[in-house]
Design a protein around this ligand. Structure first.
Ligand code: SF4
Length: 387
């Protein structure tokens, strides 16, 4: 049974995927296109064409954020992102955040100025680490000096910045995390994302790992490094508000919060995903094939109906990962066709986690504790077994 849900005033986001990168990082599993010559003009035109064909999907929604992710959005010329943003102008009134992902090798003063003038409010910079050794081990195409230069450039701009780190990759150790924390303290940024390294089978790291050639820290060591990063950030005044995200007082990613709270999003570009909720909830995945996308940006996609049970489980899973948690009463109202007893069974299976101190419970509001954020996947697994 599918949901019936009034869209009026519901928050929504736009995600724009820019797939181009200078070279493929050995751990990358994203939809990327490595090109010597980037077909920027064709790609920008395709994005605008897709937007014109699909913007009706946001009708009645309140657009809260626009996010340019990749790939490497900063690889495009300074004019490209403003052109795409300009095509969204009729829906931009209430937007609270416009974020661009950037890499240290391609962020420039000229691009930052063009983005700021076009309404970009925030840059998420893929630093990964400031350690020269660890950057090489990660196969990144920037060095430590490049990362420092890019951070300083952004700190001198009017844009908010968030820095991305990867913890637990090849050879990563306490000394490197300590150095990264020291530089973070010096820079005084307000938002940090610290992701645990995941090794996907189909990547170069995945293949090396299978052959036993990748020197990755053991699980216990990775957990210690993540603890060290979290404790260091908290000592500087950051709050962990999601498994991988830390912000100083009140500083949060608007875009990610909309996603974690189950908000709708319209994904444009190669490999972009969308979630729309009207008479039915529907997920859309655009083709990861650049040629197919450029040939017809409105057609190259797959659709999947999201049935209530799967949709509700997804909401619970996302709620387990964020300190705002989830409210069973709200889910009951959103999914009225789910068996009433289902929510009772969910509440029963949550009780041991409340007893263990992984979740707090206030009536029907459940929120993961700091310890609980570590076990969000285990808690979600238990909930997924509830029929
Ligand atoms: S820069 Fe990011 S998206 Fe591009 S190849 Fe590296 S990890 Fe993948």
């Amino acid at each position: 049974m599918s949901v019936i849900f009034a869209p009026e005033g519901r928050p929504a986001s736009i995600y724009v995927h820019i797939p181009f990168c200078e070279r493929l990082c050995p751990y990358c599993d994203f939809a990327v296109a490595i090109r010597k010559e980037i077909p920027e003009e064709d790609y920008v035109q395709a994005l605008i064409k897709e937007w014109e064909a699909r913007k009706y999907r946001l009708s009645g929604r309140e657009l809260v954020s626009v996010y340019f992710g990749g790939g490497t959005p900063s690889i495009l010329s300074g004019a490209a992102i403003p052109r795409v943003l300009d095509s969204f102008s009729s829906v931009m009134n209430g937007v609270r955040e416009v974020c661009v992902e950037a890499n240290p090798t391609s962020v420039t003063d000229e691009k930052i100025r063009a983005w700021a003038a076009a309404g970009v409010t925030r840059v998420s910079l893929g630093v990964q680490t400031f350690s020269e050794r660890y950057l090489r081990a990660l196969g990144r195409n920037h060095d430590s000096d490049g990362a420092l230069r890019a951070v300083e450039l952004l700190l001198g701009s009017p844009l908010d910045i968030s820095l991305d780190f990867i913890v637990g990759g090849p050879g990563n150790d306490r000394g490197e995390v300590e150095d990264d924390l020291r530089l973070l303290e010096k820079f005084g940024v307000d938002h940090v994302s610290a992701y645990q390294m995941t090794i996907e089978e189909n990547t170069a790291f995945g293949k090396q790992n299978k052959r036993g050639e990748l020197r990755v820290p053991k699980d216990d060591t990775v957990a210690e490094l993540l603890d060290q990063m979290r404790d260091g950030l908290e000592a500087m005044g950051f709050e962990q508000y999601e498994v991988s995200n830390f912000g100083r007082a009140g500083v949060r990613s608007v875009h990610n919060q909309n996603y974690w709270r189950g908000g709708e999003y319209l994904g444009l570009g190669v490999g972009a995903h969308s979630l729309s909720i009207s008479v039915i909830a529907e997920r859309r995945a655009n083709s990861r094939n650049l040629k197919a996308y450029l040939a017809d940006p409105t057609e190259a996609h797959e659709l999947e109906t999201l049935y209530d049970l799967d949709h509700c489980r997804e909401r619970l899973f996302l709620g387990m990962r964020s300190i705002s948690g989830f409210e069973l009463g709200a889910l009951r109202r959103q999914f009225p066709h789910l068996d009433n007893d289902y929510f009772e069974r969910v509440a029963t299976s949550l009780a041991p986690f409340v007893n263990r101190g992984w979740l707090t419970q206030d009536d029907e509001l459940y929120q993961p504790t700091k310890v609980g954020l570590y076990f969000s996947d285990s808690m979600a697994e238990a909930i997924f077994e509830v029929e």
